[in-house]
Structure formats: structure tokens, C-alpha cells
Design a protein around this ligand. Structure first.
Ligand SMILES: [Fe+2]
Ligand SMILES: [Fe+2]
Length: 137
């Protein structure tokens, strides 16, 4: 088991709100999942359990990006390509991590997953998603 210490939980505050109800709801659920991952890592839960949570986050990430991209297209968001590229990069990095995680005999670096997920929240949601919401509304 990795000896990486999990980071502190992310406390939901209104700073995360972008002002589009369905996307805000998904962001909130995402942060909940990431906090669950932090807890499981802190408790040194089984690899199977952690693997399930990592997979759930992956599924949530894909579904969320698809919904957000659909929303941007519907609203003719002018920075769609740039925003979608950020989604693709985050998803590629995270998928790469999962592949690495699942490869046999390889100790995963949970810090890498947490770094990607934190970057998604800090750099993407509070900057790019907010910018998109400000432009569309
Ligand atoms: Fe988002
Ligand atoms: Fe986004």
C-alpha cells in the first residue's frame, strides 16, 4: 500500500459556484467523491475499494465534461475549443493514471491522482468554468 498521506478534505464554499444549477450540482458531487477518495487513502482502505472510487470519479468526470460541452455548444460559447482542450487534457491525464494504477506490480502514486483532481477544481472549475458561465449568462 502506498504510504502517501492524503491531503485535507476540500470544504465546499460558495467560491466554487459558477451559477449554473445543474453544473454546480455536479461539481458538488465531484468534490464529495474526491473527499471520499482522500478519506479512503487516509484510512489505508483496500486497493479494491480505492479502485472503485477512482473509477467512479472517472465516470463522473466523463459525464460531466460531456454535459458541459453540450451546454457550451448550445450556447455558442466562443471559447469552446479552448475549454474542451482543457477537459481532454485532464481526462487524458487521469485516464493515464488509471491505466498505470491497474497495471500489475506497479505501485500507484496517489499523489498524482490527487494533483490532477485538485488542479481540475482549483484551476479549471474556479477559472475556466466560471469564465464560461460569466460569458454565457
Ligand atoms: Fe465543470
Ligand atoms: Fe469545464
Amino acid at each position: 500500500m502506498s504510504d502517501v498521506a492524503a491531503k485535507d478534505s476540500i470544504i465546499w464554499t460558495d467560491d466554487f459556484l459558477i451559477g449554473i444549477a445543474e453544473l454546480d450540482y455536479e461539481h458538488r458531487m465531484l468534490i464529495k467523491d474526491i473527499n471520499l477518495l482522500h478519506q479512503e487513502l487516509s484510512r489505508h482502505d483496500s486497493q479494491d475499494k480505492i479502485k472503485d472510487t477512482l473509477g467512479d470519479i472517472h465516470a463522473r468526470m466523463q459525464a460531466h465534461f460531456a454535459l458541459e460541452e453540450h451546454f457550451m455548444l448550445e450556447n455558442n460559447y466562443p471559447h469552446y475549443i479552448e475549454h474542451k482542450t482543457e477537459h481532454n487534457d485532464l481526462l487524458d491525464e487521469y485516464t493515464g493514471f488509471l491505466v498505470h494504477f491497474e497495471s500489475e506490480g506497479d505501485t500507484p502514486s496517489y499523489l498524482q491522482a490527487e494533483e490532477i483532481l485538485n488542479r481540475w477544481i482549483v484551476d479549471h472549475i474556479v477559472t475556466s468554468d466560471k469564465k464560461m458561465s460569466r460569458t454565457i449568462r
